[in-house]
Design a protein around this ligand. Structure first.
Ligand SMILES: Nc1nc2c(ncn2[C@@H]2O[C@H](COP(=O)(O)OP(=O)(O)OP(=O)(O)O)[C@@H](O)[C@H]2O)c(=O)[nH]1
Ligand SMILES: [Mg+2]
Length: 431
């Protein structure tokens, strides 16, 4: 079975704490501040790779953690930054947040995405020194690293899809050109689930082929096995449209079969209209050559590229594979010529904070608030004032006032209990 969905947790490193320290020098009773900054916590990146094919490994390792930054030290020594952690995922992996919103589509080889940002180091007390406050007893703790639970989803990534009616010989073809061992039988709907195989040609050339259950007229309305497996073919670059000759009497039957399958494909997704197709007439061993040769010519006259094969005798298989490779190379080259999108994107949570009025007071919540609460030593008056300034700058004070907060009211900032003192804030530190 191909596992194509998994949930993992990524924990970026926290920043190192800033240091609170004063210089000690001989004959100098009180030296100035010399507490250094903490180092940055390690980031976590996702990287799309063509040499990773499944999400299976994540089942055994669902947690990725980056190291914390080193704490700052005295003598203005900064803590060391931590190295990022890179999580390798197959190209084509879709990444969702727990609310099922798409965060990013890892659809380009080598693309890197910052999924969890490491915290910055806390400032040491040196940086808090001002002309009026020369001996600040204030240092920040490191910023917590981002922690996210994400769901990875991988659509089977086949380059080539095989479509056609049941019994067309799709699975037989897959078994001949790859090492896959699909079930093959002379009754319809033998294949119940998509099957993947890798075609390996000389010179290290390879591509992935998917065989899906057969379609019938009305499949898009759920007839037969329906079209639900077609989503596995949405990203293919090329479709092999198989039509078997053994049960065909007249040319118009071939045309009709092609039309029916194309209609079902189209009704499932408009994307298929743009996917190039090769018509493959199969089971040539079961019909006289005079017949299939003239049928192939008639199809070609209508502008359809056609190849004729037998998976039993192997006739036509090599030239089919070479044609597929040629077409794929062209399609890939065209795709590579498209302008490249920005490779690294930073995903940010949207709302900055949220205020709820409850019986015991106002509750302010949000990732930024959480961060500043974690970074503040609340026992220090200076730190507390600075925290209030930050709330002011973020617009929290204004919003509290709007929601009816009065002097003396209790405000919980991510669990940290504070008292609302608008006058001090308004007069003391301006806007
Ligand atoms: N004579 C002949 N028979 C073939 C050829 N290819 C496949 N068959 C036979 O056709 C029947 C159906 O083949 P499958 O490969 O199972 O067909 P399928 O398209 O995968 O069918 P579903 O999975 O039911 O959609 C089997 O009995 C195969 O042995 C061929 O090239 N020549
Ligand atoms: Mg089959």
């Amino acid at each position: 079975m191909i596992i194509d969905e998994v949930t993992i947790t990524v924990e970026a490193g926290a920043g190192g704490n800033g240091c609170l320290s004063f210089r000690r020098e001989k004959y100098v009773p009180r030296g100035g501040p010399d507490g250094g900054e903490g180092g940055r916590g390690g980031d976590i990146f996702l990287e799309a790779r063509t040499d990773v094919h499944t999400l299976v490994d994540f089942i055994y390792q669902p947690l990725f953690r980056a190291r914390h930054g080193e704490h700052g030290k005295g003598k203005n020594k900064h803590g060391k930054d931590s190295e990022p952690v890179v999580v390798r995922v197959p190209v084509g992996t879709l990444v969702f947040d727990p609310e099922k919103n798409l965060i990013v589509d890892m659809n380009e080889d080598g693309m890197k995405f910052l999924i969890a940002k490491g915290g910055r180091g806390g400032r040491g007390n040196t940086t808090f020194a001002t002309s009026t406050q020369q001996a600040p007893r204030l240092a920040e703790r490191g910023e917590p690293g981002e922690i996210k639970t994400i769901r990875l989803e991988l659509k089977l990534l086949a380059d080539v899809g095989i479509v056609g009616f049941p019994n067309a010989g799709k699975s037989t073809l897959l078994s001949r050109i790859t090492r896959a061992h699909p079930k093959i039988a002379d009754y319809p709907f033998t294949t119940l689930e998509p099957q993947l195989g890798v075609v390996q040609l000389s010179g290290g050339r390879s591509f992935v082929v998917a065989d899906v259950p057969g379609l019938i007229e009305g499949a898009s309305q759920g007839k037969g096995l329906g079209v639900r497996f077609l989503k596995h073919l949405e990203r293919t670059k090329l479709l092999l449209h198989l039509v078997e000759l053994a049960s065909v009497e007249r040319f118009t039957e071939i045309e009709k079969r092609i039309r029916v399958i194309n209609r079902e494909l189209r009704q499932h997704s408009a994307k298929f209209q743009k996917t190039p197709q090769l018509i493959v007439l199969t089971k040539m061993d079961a019909v006289p050559s005079s017949k299939y040769e003239s049928w192939a010519r008639r199809l070609e006259k209508k502008g359809q590229p056609v190849l004729t094969i037998s998976s039993v005798t192997g006739q036509g298989l090599n030239s089919l594979m070479e044609s597929v490779w040629k077409l794929l190379s062209q399609i890939r080259a065209e795709a590579a010529a498209q302008p490249v999108k920005a490779k690294e994107v930073v995903y940010q949570a949207k709302p900055r904070f949220e205020i709820q009025k409850r019986d015991d007071g106002f509750h302010v919540a949000g990732p930024e608030i959480k961060k500043w609460v974690a970074m503040t030593h609340f026992e220090s008056r200076d730190a507390l004032e600075r925290f209030q300034k930050i709330l002011q700058r973020m617009g929290v004070i204004k919003e509290l006032r709007k929601q009816g907060a009065r002097e003396g009211d209790t405000v919980f900032c991510e669990g940290q209990e504070l008292t609302y003192e608008p006058d001090i804030l308004d007069n003391g530190h301006g806007k």
